[in-house]
Write a protein that binds this ligand. Structure first.
Ligand code: ATP
Ligand code: MG
Length: 236
């Protein structure tokens, strides 16, 4: 579904993604694990067209997208939930959700999508008129995810959804990612530093080390790999 070949990405002269090839098949949860600065966010920003690549290709459902503007990539069905749970702080929960879909939905469809989000995240419904800036970190992350769901993308790109969030809420968000995959058939590329969570949640995994894939395989296998256990899972 999403196919990346020999991708290189630079900031000025500094190469940050150094020839990555990877694939996400329809219906899969694939995780990309890597330390700070490995290039995870850069890769997601390149897939969604916010950052340009210097060479290589990205195909989505057979279409080359690596030269496409980001709004077209969104229209094709790629939803990006960026790092740091960006919400519009002065707008209410409802307004934030509507922003996610204003170009695409009429008011009847909008209502349907809102009901869908509130069914997935009852907590957001309780706070429908609250200003987003006053939500807790976990609630803001739910809102950021909800906003992406409004457009019902085929593929979700999650950038560290667990970062800075309490364990109980992390479990809730993990459950949500699973539901999107199992009940709604969404395909998911999940970037995480929390390897424990990511390997439990995903079918397959890639390990990214300073811009290169150093290891890949079924998540269960990687979770039992000595090196992964030592470096990413903190086992002695
Ligand atoms: N706008 C930018 N201009 C120049 N260099 C950048 C820019 N954004 C990121 N970089 C550099 O690219 C490298 C990869 O950054 P990136 O944000 O992709 O890492 P990451 O794996 O997402 O890290 P983290 O886990 O900390 O979010 C880093 O060395 C970073 O300093
Ligand atoms: Mg990042």
């Amino acid at each position: 579904m999403l196919n990346i070949q020999d991708l290189c990405v630079n900031y000025e002269k500094n190469q940050v993604i150094k020839g990555i090839s990877m694939e996400v098949k329809e219906g899969e949860i694939v995780t990309l694990i890597g330390a700070n600065g490995a290039g995870k966010t850069t890769l997601l920003r390149t897939i969604s067209g916010i950052k340009s690549s210097s060479s290589g290709s990205i195909e989505f459902m057979g279409n080359p997208i690596h030269k496409m503007p980001s709004h077209k990539i969104v229209d094709l069905g790629i939803g990006h939930i960026p790092e740091g749970r960006r919400v519009f702080p002065e707008m209410t929960v409802k307004e934030n959700l509507e922003m996610g879909a204003y170009r695409r939905k009429d008011s009847k469809e909008m209502k349907k999508e809102l009901d869908h989000i509130f069914e997935l995240f009852p907590r957001l419904k309780e706070r429908i008129s609250q200003r987003a800036g006053t939500l807790s970190g976990g609630e803001q992350q739910m809102l950021a995810i909800g906003r992406a769901i409004m457009l019902r993308p085929k593929v979700y790109l999650f950038d560290e959804p667990s970062l800075g969030i309490a364990p109980l809420v992390i479990a809730e968000i993990a459950q949500m990612i699973k539901r999107l995959n199992e009940e709604e058939g969404a395909t998911i590329l999940l970037v995480e530093q929390n390897a424990n969570l990511a390997l439990k949640l995903s079918h397959r995994a890639y390990i990214l080390e300073t811009g290169k894939i150093s290891l890949e395989g079924p998540s269960e296998e990687l979770a039992n790999d000595d090196r992964v256990q030592k470096i990413y899972l903190g086992y002695e």
